[in-house]
Design a protein around this ligand. Structure first.
Ligand code: GAR
Length: 306
């Protein structure tokens, strides 16, 4: 049961416990406040008391859990949870087609008015951006997938030039707001992001973004995880470690992102040989070829399953 909840919320065991605790405290406070409100109303008849009490606690409960979630840093999780419940109960309206702003690509413009299927992806990248480039090219003429935004933490990174040439807006992030502020979630939501795609993005994804996009963030790693993953394992450091360990093969892993480095569920893996005389550059090139071949296609499959 606990494991199922953890999977459903896509959180660690510790965080799932924290969330359950907030539910419990929020529930108890709702009971106390509910009784207080009932004593103010002063209904004596049992016939009316029960239905009025149920309505009262139903209205009070969302405010209580939201309030309790703030000091525990879980506000976004509960906000999304309550909105989802509201949508299911048809109290909160479901997002409509006209809420989606005009997307960037002409192909999408031509079809947007006819389709409810357009999915918007945001690419997070810190480096040269060869994967971002491949993804943009792959979806350029798509009527179903739109690369809505590029998020980058490094002014001067190659990916910014690629975005400029492709006419895709860039959001340059700054550390304080990314890690200790709202994580730029308002901007991601404003671009109607359905899926966040990490393509050589070297900052850890903060809880604020994970909460706002549960199981909607994927990453590509240039090795066969769980080997050669974790903090500091990126780009050439990964290939250097693979070569130093005398591995016969390496490869790529595409996985969901959680609160740990290179840790979430694996979506796709494929291997390539490590050849005699390989250098970091040669291996990196082979790995890049694999990434370019598979990442756009896997993204498409992930989106189709949604
Ligand atoms: C890619 O090889 C990607 O797998 C790696 O950074 C490179 C970015 O290249 N990511 C990591 O190492 C994450 N741990 P690109 O900028 O040319 O797409």
């Amino acid at each position: 049961m606990f494991k199922q909840l953890q999977e459903k919320w896509n959180v660690s065991a510790g965080r799932a416990l924290l969330i359950l605790m907030i539910f419990a405290i929020g529930g108890s406070l709702t009971g106390i406040i509910g009784k207080q409100i009932m004593s103010w109303i002063g209904i004596s008849s049992t016939l009316f008391y029960i239905p009025v009490y149920i309505v009262t606690i139903t209205l009070v409960w969302p405010f209580m859990v939201l309030l309790v979630s703030i000091p525990f840093g879980q506000f976004y999780f509960f906000k999304n949870y309550i909105l989802k419940m509201g949508r299911r109960m048809r109290i909160v309206p479901v997002e409509k087609q006209q809420d989606i702003p005009a997307p960037q690509s002409q192909a999408i413009d031509a079809h947007a008015s006819q389709s409810f299927q357009v999915k918007h992806i945001t690419i997070f990248a810190s480096g040269a951006g060869s994967n971002a480039h491949q993804i943009i090219q792959y979806f350029r003429n798509s009527t179903e997938v739109n690369v809505a935004l590029i998020v980058c933490n490094k002014p001067g990174a190659g990916v910014i030039d690629i975005a400029a040439k492709e006419n895709i807006p860039v959001l340059l992030t700054e550390k304080e707001r990314f890690f200790r502020g709202d994580g730029y979630v308002p901007e991601l939501q404003a671009s109607n992001t359905n899926l966040i795609v990490l393509a050589g993005f070297l900052w850890k994804i903060p809880q604020t973004i994970l909460n706002a996009y549960p199981r909607q963030i994927i990453n590509i790693h240039p090795a066969l995880l769980p080997k050669y993953g974790g903090k500091g394992m990126y780009g050439s450091y990964v290939h250097q470690s693979v070569l130093s360990s005398g591995e016969m093969e390496s490869g790529i892993t595409i996985h969901y992102v959680d609160e740990h480095y290179d840790n979430g569920d694996v979506i796709f893996q494929t291997a390539c040989p490590v050849l005699e005389g390989d250098t970091v550059e040669k291996l990196a090139q082979r790995i890049h070829q694999l990434e370019h071949l598979h990442y756009p296609r896997v993204i498409e499959e992930v989106l189709k399953k949604r």
